[in-house]
Design a protein. Structure first.
Length: 147
């Protein structure tokens, strides 16, 4: 059964082009992990792919499509859960900002959906809020136990 999630929309203090380019190369994600978390998270990447291991949970993500300055589509690879995600970079009515949000469709059985559904939604919303905060020079709110 496919579960559909859409994060909240955030106004990131960067142009669409600048924000899109930061996400277009998966190697950039390996540089974004805080030092405190590097002992718990193993990341490897090339331009199109990212492989992560967290608490013996392995997941691969591949950029499947890039629509310049508007959408980056991601698919799962080598993952126990099939998913497709899209990072959206929309024009903001506020000059110098980008409306950013994430859409995720995951194949989850009923039990997994019940156990993880709310956590997936919260994680997507925190991702967007963290990006907004960092763009404004604030420290993102990193949940306890994640570092």
């Amino acid at each position: 059964m496919t579960a559909h999630y859409e994060s909240k929309h955030g106004q990131v203090l960067r142009s669409r082009e600048e924000l899109f380019m930061a996400f277009t190369d998966m190697r950039n994600f390996t540089r974004m992990i805080p030092e405190q978390a590097q002992a718990q998270v193993s990341l490897d990447a090339d331009f199109d792919n990212l492989w992560a291991t967290v608490q013996n949970f392995k997941i691969g993500v591949k950029i499947d499509e890039r629509l310049p300055y508007s959408v980056i589509r991601l698919i799962s690879t080598d993952s126990p859960v099939e998913f497709v995600g899209a990072l959206h970079f929309d024009q903001s009515p506020v000059p110098g900002r980008t409306e950013f949000y994430v859409v995720l469709d995951a194949n989850l059985n009923m039990m997994m959906r019940a156990m993880l559904g709310r956590k997936v939604q919260e994680a997507l919303d925190k991702l967007v809020q963290g990006l907004v905060d960092v763009s404004e020079g604030k420290m993102p709110d990193i949940p306890e136990g994640m570092l």
